[in-house]
Design a protein around this ligand. Structure first.
Ligand SMILES: Cc1cc2nc3c(=O)[nH]c(=O)nc-3n(C[C@H](O)[C@H](O)[C@H](O)COP(=O)(O)O)c2cc1C
Length: 183
């Protein structure tokens, strides 16, 4: 089985990257794991032209199909996202907007294969879980429209930098054991 762990932060070596690294290491016992960062890719903002509503294709040519190819390859997708202004980072939102050709609310639409399981790890600096839930809600909304089954989420508070992840290692490991057990 193949797992994709996606750092949805534009920071390649921050707290989100550290959580993604720990999750990927834990999952490597049970999965062939590929790790990517949203910042590995270059893509433009959605123009809102809605051409894809009629064609199931985007009018732009950039790295979006490369990210979708990683989704297609994976049986399990783990999105790891920080809270930026109480939601997902703009770079990840820009990616989601560009996934409109794959959105199941219009016909025709493009599709990735059925049967994929989606998980979310959200983290933030502030102390309240409510904001993590908002981040999780945004990612799960996206999963839903790509028909990726939402199978679990974890919220971590009081995380700003890499070192703040240390007290959460056991929680992350347990969450990942749950991912393995869900198969
Ligand atoms: C632009 C920006 C906005 C942020 N907004 C919030 C916020 O609204 N609430 C919060 O708890 N933390 C907020 N944070 C803190 C991040 O969630 C936290 O530092 C996280 O660990 C950053 O992970 P990263 O460095 O891997 O991107 C913000 C950080 C940045 C850079």
């Amino acid at each position: 089985m193949k797992a994709l762990v996606m750092n949805c932060s534009p920071v390649r070596d921050g707290a989100t990257a550290e959580i993604a690294r720990i999750a990927a290491k834990q999952l490597a016992g049970d999965f062939d794991v590929k790790s990517v960062c949203i910042d590995d890719y270059s893509f433009a903002f959605c123009k809102g032209c809605r051409n894809c509503h009629n064609t199931a294709k985007c009018v732009m040519t950039d790295d979006i199909p490369r990210i979708i190819a990683e989704f297609e390859r994976a049986d399990v997708i783990v999105a790891v996202s920080p809270s930026y202004w109480a939601d997902i980072p703009g770079q990840f939102k820009a990616f989601i907007d560009r996934c409109t050709p794959w959105c199941n609310t219009h016909e025709p639409h493009a599709s990735i294969s059925r049967g994929k399981k989606g998980f979310v790890i959200a983290q933030r600096t502030g102390p309240s879980m409510k904001e993590c839930e908002r981040v999780i809600g945004s990612v799960e909304h996206f999963y839903g429209h790509l028909e990726i089954e939402c199978c679990g989420h974890l919220g971590l508070c009081s995380v700003e930098r890499k070192d703040d992840v240390l007290p959460h290692i056991d929680e992350i490991a347990e969450f990942c054991r749950g991912i393995s057990a869900s198969l």
